[in-house]
Design a binder for this molecule. Structure first.
Ligand code: BEZ
Length: 390
């Protein structure tokens, strides 16, 4: 009896061992996703929206790939470039993640792209627009589902020139995103016959705007173009209106100025024009489904950051499906990711050779709690990808 029991137990063990021996080693392990995003500071709301959007897309894809579940590892990067190398190395070297997703701030993203290149780590950028990343730093293992900084800015420069403005002043935080944004605006505004008469900057994430507003009032340009996002955008739009400038000098920006911020900006934002690759009420089936699912899951409206996180999740899911969750099939995974067409809430898009979306930029107007698309400022805009060799 005892012998019979032992042999049955041994047999069960044999069967289990045989099963493990035939399944690929990777099928027994979870797929590790490192989320490196700001969860504190000026860009905290952006990091949370991206995380929500990413997880929504992964859950919609079934949450597992050939039996492999997703395990998340999170790091708050605080939008702090000095801490970025340590933070990203924790994910790549300590946690040994299969893919890193992040981040919002261009300066942090540049350090992440460097680490991804040095370690051949798969990186998906769901926001930060640093032009370098899809320029000289481009690499087969680096993808972006958002924009490059000069893209929305070039759309706005074109619109401002077409409106007949002859002079403009620019103001931004002094770091890659702000400088590349105001640079993109200047390029197309001046090409259209305008002149940027003054370029002003302040350190990130400083929000002492008063001296700049005083100078704008005395310079009296035809238009003002600014790059601010998150909590800084909320404060700037309110300060601009409170200084009495809103009715006198049109304020323009990339859509980050009014995205995810309208609740807090209230009347100060009404009527503002911005350009971006997304607008709240885009009436396409994917956007309607995305907005309904996001609202049901998180009890809040999605914004551009949630949408970009969602598309980062869709991009990864497309790659993982193509390799049946086997992340060791790196070349096939990358090939599937770079050739997929994403059915995005912004409208379908493909990636350029440098792995940046080729997409339309909408002209949007703030109306109540929504950024409403009132036209397309530039169609099918690719980023310049200057210096990208792939
Ligand atoms: C950036 O640093 O690249 C960035 C931050 C917030 C909004 C858009 C771009």
């Amino acid at each position: 009896m005892k012998g019979q029991f032992v042999s049955r137990a041994a047999c069960a063990l044999c069967a289990t061992l045989a099963l493990f021996a035939t399944a690929p080693a990777s099928a027994q392990q979870k797929i590790k996703v490192g989320l490196m995003l700001p969860y504190s500071g000026t860009y905290a709301a952006l990091g949370n929206a991206i995380t929500n959007g990413f997880k929504l897309a992964i859950n919609e894809a079934g949450g597992k790939f050939s039996g492999r579940e997703i395990e998340y590892f999170s790091v708050d990067d605080e939008s702090e470039p000095a801490k970025a190398p340590d933070n990203v190395n924790k994910l790549i070297k300590r946690d040994n993640v299969d893919v890193v997703v992040g981040t919002v701030h261009s300066g942090v993203a540049i350090a992440m792209a460097k680490a991804a290149r040095d370690n051949n780590a798969l990186l998906i950028i769901p926001n930060a627009g640093a032009d370098e990343i899809t320029g000289p730093m481009c690499a087969p293992n680096i993808f972006r589902t958002s924009f490059s900084n000069s893209q929305p800015a070039r759309a706005m420069g074109k619109v401002a020139a077409e409106k007949g403005h002859k002079t403009a002043v620019t103001l931004t935080w002094k770091y890659a995103a702000g400088e590349q944004s105001t640079g993109g605006f200047k390029e197309t505004f001046e090409k259209g016959g305008g002149k940027v008469v003054k370029e002003m900057t302040l350190p990130f994430p400083n929000v002492e705007f008063q001296p700049f507003l005083t100078e704008i009032a005395s310079l009296k340009p035809d238009a003002v173009y600014v790059f601010f996002a998150g909590a800084g955008a909320v404060k700037f739009v309110k300060d601009y209106a409170a200084a009495g400038l809103k009715e006198k000098i049109p304020l323009y920006g990339p859509g980050f100025l009014t995205d995810g911020t309208l609740e807090a900006q209230g009347d100060a934002a009404q009527g503002l024009l911005t350009t971006l690759h997304y607008a709240d009420a885009l009436d396409n089936p994917k956007n309607n489904a995305f907005r309904a699912a996001y609202k049901a899951a998180y009890k809040t409206e999605p914004d551009v950051y949630a949408m970009q996180g969602y598309d980062a999740g869709q991009l990864l899911a497309a790659g993982l499906k193509a390799v049946n969750g086997d992340t060791s099939k790196r070349d096939a995974l990358i090939k599937a990711m770079e050739s997929t067409k994403i059915d995005s809430p912004r409208g379908p898009f493909a990636l350029s050779k440098a792995h940046n979306p080729v997409q339309d930029f909408y002209l949007r107007k703030v109306d109540g709690k929504e950024n409403k698309a009132i036209g397309v400022a530039i169609k099918d805009l690719s980023d310049p990808a200057v210096g990208c060799k792939m």
